[in-house]
Design a binder for this molecule. Sequence first.
Ligand code: ADP
Length: 485
Amino acid sequence: MAVRHAGVFTHLSDLLALRDGTLLASSGSGISRFDGTTWTTHAYPEWWTMCRRRSGMFQSVDGSIWFNFEEEEAQPAQLILNQTERFRTIRHRAETTPPDTRITLHLKRVAQPGNTHISWSAHDPWGDSPSEEIQYSWRLNDEEWSAYSHDTSRTFLNLPSGSHALEVRARDRSFNVDPVPDRIVFTVIPPIWVQTWFIALFASFSALIVVLVWLYVRARERHLLEQQRAREEHLKEVDQMKTSFFTNISHELRTPVTLISGPLKRLLETESDEQKRTLLSMALRNATRVWTLATQLLDFRRLEQGQMEVVPVYGHVAPHVSETVGLFQEMARTNRVECRFVCEEEFEGWFVPETLKKIVQNLVGNAIKYTAPDGEVTTVLSDTVVAGERMLMLAVEDTGSGIAPEYLPRIFDRFYRIPEESIVDGSGIGLNLTKELVDLLGGSLQAESPIHDDPSRPGARFTVMLPLDGSAPGEDEERRGRDDG
Ligand code: ADP
């Protein structure tokens, strides 16, 4: 049998199992002790070597260990109880004071990536065990104790973040273990991105950025809104300026145009020469156009300023409409358009004659204007009931060029003219004025096109619905007057 002793295998002379469970092995190189995990070489002074056959070890009941040597190999003993000519015996009583362990070097706070070096040492009170013979065992975070070794330091690598506890205990040559291991607690600082202050800072920073972005977006939206408002305001101003300019001009125009129309009418009545009559009619027609335009612009002004007079009357509606359509017969004849008025059944109701006439004028005038020669314009008047309310229904339809679907939603806009129609004279205010007048009376105005299957004459239909039961402003007084009468 061979025993590993200080790195060298030498012949074993004796083995002794001690009561504390450890094992003594003696050889020519010294006596070693085995605790079940590690071998401790030089467990006893180095000169206690036992190479001869008659050497041996024993443990007596009081725990003392007896070492027997042959004479020539024995050195002077400290305690020699039995000396014969050839043998010496040493009775060894182990001292029982354990060493005192101290952790000498460590950091309390360990930075990432959690590597730390910790050193320790121990003091044997009686100096029985030289410091290099003292062994140490350690454990981290209450895990298993490590095997005893002579290492007096250790580098721990990649420790996880958080708090850690390290305990170290020392054992002397007599296997007395320090009953109170030294203990230290240290912290591995977590990575910066999981530290509370960093998270708080990051959250605040993110929140700040969000707030700044939000403020920027809001400021930008406000700015755009203000710009848009300013633009709208400006457009409104321009619109108002335009209207008021035209209004003033219109006002100035109406008097001279009236003065031109009067003599022209008188001349037409007396003139028999056909050529002169044609010229006079043309002059009168254009004077009337100027007068109508001037009146329309003045109406705008009145509408905008809320000065449009709306006085409903009760009576037959058809005569008023028929008379207005009749005014367009001359124009229709010139354009070679047949202009008809249809009212199958007379009816009475509350209506505002002046405003209704203006509505009819605009719709019939447009219908004739946008209908090619040999076409037809029909104005149909009737009363009807919608959702329990009696309504006046006026439909002006023609066989003209019609209105393409993409333009239909815009024809009621002020100054809007369909591009293709710009060859026909116009100002783009007639339908807008008509719509505003209809709105003022609490009614509705709708346009449809095409209304005929013939693609060369698709035509258009404008339908006006107005309340007949007196929902227009001023109705109460009028109704009361009628009821009293
Ligand atoms: P305008 O002075 O140009 O006639 P309006 O406001 O009366 O202005 O009409 C707006 C546009 O609607 C016209 O330019 C025209 O293109 C179109 N429109 C109006 N009435 C008719 C109709 N009966 N048939 C075809 N197009 C029409």
